[in-house]
Design a protein. Structure first.
Length: 354
């Protein structure tokens, strides 16, 4: 869609004319606008000018990861036109800077996320996700408050909150973050996957957190209602992204998934996995999305606490297809050094530290 904001000029063929800034913004929020041309003076400054649209776009890019359309200015007001074009240039530079920041991400789905107001935080979608043989989502559980004060609040006030935290954990390869390092070990069946393997893994999958609210501490558990709300949003994401399989951390949300999917075995079927590790039993099955697409599911122990990657590796390997874009599974590594299964509930944190 091409949008033409003006109060009196003739509307070019193939363009949709709008009279006021709020009308233009409403169309921009749909994510379907390919190009927008802006006048400045619209006949009533109290109802806004074309510059208000420029300011809205800049804020949306900065705070919500909005992908702007091509922007042009056709105002005859010389000083206003100069101000608006300076704003457009600032938006283009901002987009370029943010693109450099998110080199491992595919941002092409962001306009769809923009329209889903229930998504407080947008999922991480690896740059090679769409090329993967099996489009895979790794689903964490919750965001726990890891600090008091502005740093946490400012990060999670933005839709990029989970993305920033996940990048800080997954792509800082020397960082010992259990929820990423342990699942990497299980997927590649080796204690020390290479940095190239780690990068390619997180560039090939989507990562999301199920619960859409911040937990006050690691001791607070999500409610059934929070799990159900999270699954409703996740099932919608499965459709948006074309997800074919999902690795889920923890099994506490299974009953909420059944409710979110509409109940009945025709919509969702999750059963106990034949393999138990210690006193923990995995779950496996599938769920249908609203469009009827089946998504294969594997529920494993949360990898942040008491997670033996050696024991879980066969379950993870056999339960899902890990032929992702550019990811070559490593040969099994028989190391003499043992991995200590230490951990406490306080360390059971999924994407929680800065």
């Amino acid at each position: 869609m091409n949008v033409f904001l003006d109060d009196e000029r003739f509307t070019p063929d193939g363009w949709t004319r709008v009279r006021w800034p709020h009308e233009a913004i409403r169309l921009l929020e749909t994510g379907t606008v390919a190009e927008i041309s802006l006048d400045h003076d619209l006949g009533d400054d109290a109802r806004g000018t074309g510059y208000d649209v420029v300011l809205w776009i800049k804020e949306a890019v900065l705070l919500r990861g909005f992908r702007p359309p091509k922007i042009s200015v056709h105002s005859a007001n010389a000083s206003a036109r100069e101000k608006m074009e300076a704003g457009v240039l600032a938006i283009e530079r901002l987009v370029e800077r943010l693109a450099c920041t998110w080199t491992n991400l595919d941002l092409s789905f962001d306009h769809l996320f923009e329209a889903r107001h229930q998504l407080k935080w947008w999922p991480w979608v690896g740059r090679d996700f769409s090329r993967s043989t099996a489009k895979t989502m790794i689903l964490g559980e919750s965001v726990y408050r890891w600090a008091e004060g502005d740093a946490f609040d400012k990060r999670y006030a933005l839709t990029s909150g989970v993305r920033v935290t996940h990048k800080n954990h997954a792509l800082k390869f020397g960082r010992h973050s259990r929820y990423v390092r342990n699942i990497e070990r299980a997927i590649f069946e080796r204690r020390n996957p290479s940095d190239a393997q780690k990068e390619q893994l997180w560039s090939s999958v989507a990562y999301h957190n199920l619960v859409l609210d911040v937990m006050k501490s690691v001791n607070q558990r999500p409610t059934e209602a929070q799990y159900q709300e999270g699954w409703s949003a996740t099932l919608d994401l499965f459709d948006m992204l074309g997800v074919e399989q999902c690795l889920v951390f923890g099994v506490e949300s299974v009953s909420a998934l059944r409710l979110a999917s509409g109940g009945g075995e025709g919509k969702c079927r999750v059963t106990r996995h034949p393999t138990s590790i210690g006193r923990f039993c995995a779950r496996s099955g599938w769920a249908h999305t609203a469009t009827g697409r089946p998504v294969k599911l594997l529920f494993v122990r949360h990898p942040s606490s008491f997670f033996s990657w050696r024991k879980w590796a066969p379950v993870v390997q056999e339960g899902l297809n890990w032929k992702l874009a550019g990811v070559q599974p490593a040969l099994k590594e028989h190391e003499s050094a043992s991995w200590t299964e230490s951990g406490t509930l306080a360390k059971r944190i999924n994407a929680n530290y800065p």
